[in-house]
Design a binder for this molecule. Sequence first.
Ligand SMILES: [Zn+2]
Length: 104
Amino acid sequence: MVEEHTQQADPIAFQRGMALVRRRRKYFFATIIGYMPLMWLANKISPTFRSMAIAFGIWVVILFVTALLSALARCPRCGNYFHMHGMSLMYLRRCLHCQLSIKS
Ligand SMILES: [Zn+2]
């Protein structure tokens, strides 16, 4: 099942694939971290329930998009989804299929 060396031949494509996985992870984590400053900012600009709810709604949409993008990022070594195995989505530092490290 694990084809360790199928896509190792092209190091440029491999690096590009790895960079994509890392970038999408970064966007996802940045969205999570951005929750507090975003809500703080919304509260500063307009401290009503309505505007807070809108800010929260926008954040949820961004979170959903970044989670989807990161979930669909493929491992450059085994070609499977880097963070998704079956129905489970896990943000480990390794590929859930071939154990390829995020730092590769
Ligand atoms: Zn993999």
